[in-house]
Design a protein around this ligand. Sequence first.
Ligand code: ADP
Length: 449
Amino acid sequence: MFKKILIANRGEIACRVVRAARELGIQTVAIHSEADKESMHVKLADESICVGPASASESYLNIPSIISAAEITGADAIHPGYGFLAENTYFAEVCESCGISFIGPKRSSIEKMGDKIAARQLMIKSKVPVVPGSEGPVSADDPEIFKLAQKIGYPVIVKATAGGGGKGMRIVVSEEALKNSIIMAQTEAKAAFGNPDVYMEKYIEEPHHIEFQILGDCKGKVVYLPERDCSIQRRHQKLVEESPSPFINDSLRKKMGKAAQSAAAAVGYITVGTVEFLVDKHLNFYFMEMNTRIQVEHPVTETITGIDLVKEQILLAAGERLSFDSSDIKINGHAIECRINAEDPDKDFIPSPGKIGHLYLPGGPGIRVDTHVYSGYTIPPFYDSLIAKIIAHGATREEAITRMSRALKETQIEGIKNTATLHAKIMENEFFHKGNVCTDFLPKYIFGK
Ligand code: ADP
C-alpha cells in the first residue's frame, strides 16, 4: 500500500482525496499555487508545498514542479483528481518513469479514450453502439462532409476530438451553417485544447445524458455500478446529477451497464472511470466518451451504493483486487447532487470570484456537502468555479428532492453570486419532478427560451 500520496489538484476534490487517504492510514501532501495558500486542501493535508504562481499553467499543470514536489516530500503516489493533469498521458508516463504510482488507469487506456475519434472506432470494434457520424476529422472545404451530413440527417453536431468541458461543440441545423460551424468549432478547439481537429455526428434530439461508473482491477475484472443521470446541464456542462436515473428501467440499466463494462475492458481499464452515453426518447443508447478519472458527480453513486469510490480508486491503483461484482450492488434509495458554482445564472453563468462573507452550509438527515470554501475565503479568479457540491439522499426520489430543497433553503453564501437559487428553482419545477428531463431542460423550463 502507498505510504504518502501527493494530490496534484485543488478545491473540493483535493479535500475529498485527503479524507479517503486518511481513512486508509495514508499520509497526504497538498500542492498549491501562490494564490491558494489559504485554501482548505492545504489546511487539511498532512503537508503542503507551493508549486508555482497563480496561473494553472505554472502551478497545477507544471509537471516538473509537481514531480519535484513529490520527490522532495517522499510521496510514492500521485492522485490527479479531475481536470488539470488527470487525463494527461505524458504526466502519467513521467510519474511511471520516476517510480511514482499514478492513481489512475494505465497510460495506454487514457490515450485510447482521450481521442474521441479513436475511442469511437474502438467502441465500434467492441460492439458498443456509437452515434452515427464521421469516421475521422472533418474539414470545412471537403465536399464529402455535406453529403455525410445529408445522409445522417440534420441537425448534426460538430465536436472537438480532444474535447472536454463542453468546449469546441456546435449544433448545426442546416447545410448553410455547416461550413462556418466547422471553422468556429475548430478555432474554439485549437484555443481550448491546442488541437483543432473536429468530427461530426448526428445530434440526438431530446437526449438524456446517462453515464456508468466502472471499476477495474489489475487482473482484468471490470464491474459497473448503477447509472447517473446528468441531463441537467448549462452549455453542455453538468449542473445536477442523480442516481438512479428516473428515465431508464432495470433491463436497459443492465444492457447499458454491460456495454460500459465492454468499453472499459476494451482498454484494459484499471481503477475508476466513467462511460458516458446519450439515450434518445426511444431508449436507444449511444456511447459518447469515457472519462478516465474520478468524476465530480461520484458522490451520488457513493450515496446509493455505500461504496467509497476514492478509497477504491486508491486500493485498485495499489494493485488490490475488486471484492464485489455488479450483481452484488443494491440501489439504496435515491441521490441528487447540485453543483454550487460561483457564477451568476442571470448573466449567462459569468464567473463570480471574490471574498465569501457569511457562509452557512446545510446539514441534517440525508445531506452531504463536499466543499473547500469557508467564511472569509477568497475564491481566486484563476480556476474553475465549483465551490460546493450538495448531495441529498432519500428513500425515494421525491424524498431526495424534498431534502435538497430544504438544504438549499438553509444555504447562505454571501459576497458572491452563485447557483444555489437556480437549483432551488429546478427542485421546485414540476417537469423535473416528473423525471423525464432532457439536456434542453434549463433553457426550456427554467429560462423559458
Ligand atoms: P465534453 O467532453 O466536452 O464534456 P461530451 O461528448 O461528453 O463533451 O458531451 C457533453 C454534452 O454535449 C452531452 O452531455 C450532451 O448534452 C451534448 N452532446 C454531445 N454530443 C451530442 C449529440 N451527438 N447529440 C446531442 N447532444 C450531444
